[in-house]
Design a protein around this ligand. Sequence first.
Ligand SMILES: Cc1ncc(COP(=O)(O)O)c(C=O)c1O
Length: 361
Amino acid sequence: MIPFVDFKVQYHDLKDEIDEAVHRVLDSGWYILGNEVKVFEQELASYIGTKYCVGVASGTEAIALSLLAVGVKPGDEVITTDMTAYPTVTGIVQANAVPVLVDIFYEDGLIDSSKIEQYITPNTKAIVPVHLYGQSCDMDALRRIAQDRGISIVEDCAQAAGASYKGSKVGSMGTCGAFSFYPTKNLGAYGDGGAITTNDEKLYETLISMRNYGQTSRYTHDSFGINSRLDEIQAAILRVKLLHLDADNQKRRAIAHAYQSNLHKVVPLVERPYGDSVYHLFVVKTGSRDAFMKFMEDRGIKTLIHFPIPNHAQKAFVWKIGDDYQQASRFAEEIVSIPIYPELTDSQVDEIISVINTFGD
Ligand SMILES: Cc1ncc(COP(=O)(O)O)c(C=O)c1O
């Protein structure tokens, strides 16, 4: 059986380092907002290439808090993509804003920047581009749309830790970058966690207080805040994981290139020349998805769909929708994700390729 992800193998590869990190926190007697979070924030900011980073409780709250911090008010509109994990929408709604969905490029599943302007109204306060599957959105196009209109960009980097656009890391190009450390992510914790990166000192200070009940100094609350903190144990684990992130992403790239060169029966997504993907997922298209997934399952290889229902068609999406989600709808019917993670062995990759190449014979 080749599972879709394998956390046990990952933990055993890093066991000594992770165990040391966890015990260091337990021995310290300090479990919330201590040295580990502080140092991890500095290390992640320096890795991404921003001045600041704020650890929070999840990727969803990283989006919500970023939007609140840039000044999104109840009823303001926030533009995002029709094809993303629903939590992107949840984060927007958690910031009391109205989510506005834009169709995607069928070739790569990313927000279609040429369709954004038609959704902009006087109430549009932010755009949340999603760097889906480890790819980068076309940030120049997005910045051109946002900058003269005073619209903030909150990059959803949940699936793309380490990815870059024209040499800059995702999370360093918008007003803020929102990261998730959900265990499956390229930079995954062993529990929930998230972070916000920014170059704006005032935003940083707002976020530091906002994640901690709006506290500015002990028992002094100057503005609204919630409890959304990254905890010390997860931060210590993430410090270990961050040291391995580039090597892990390199392994993902090598697997992706093997798939791209050798898979004949399915169609991989198109790679844009401007970006360097970190292949959080390897998504292919096929006109016979149900048969393909059953074929793979019967041969012991797990596949999943990211994501089967575009956001405009989710029952929970109760806001106004546009009239053109054709590409996202077609994309959602054809896509399927095959295993890709650094711990996959060469022989497992070979097996996945040779099984797929016999599909339909
Ligand atoms: C694109 C995207 N945005 C946001 C999130 C939310 O992250 P979290 O699960 O840490 O809240 C996820 C992860 O599920 C995601 O894939």
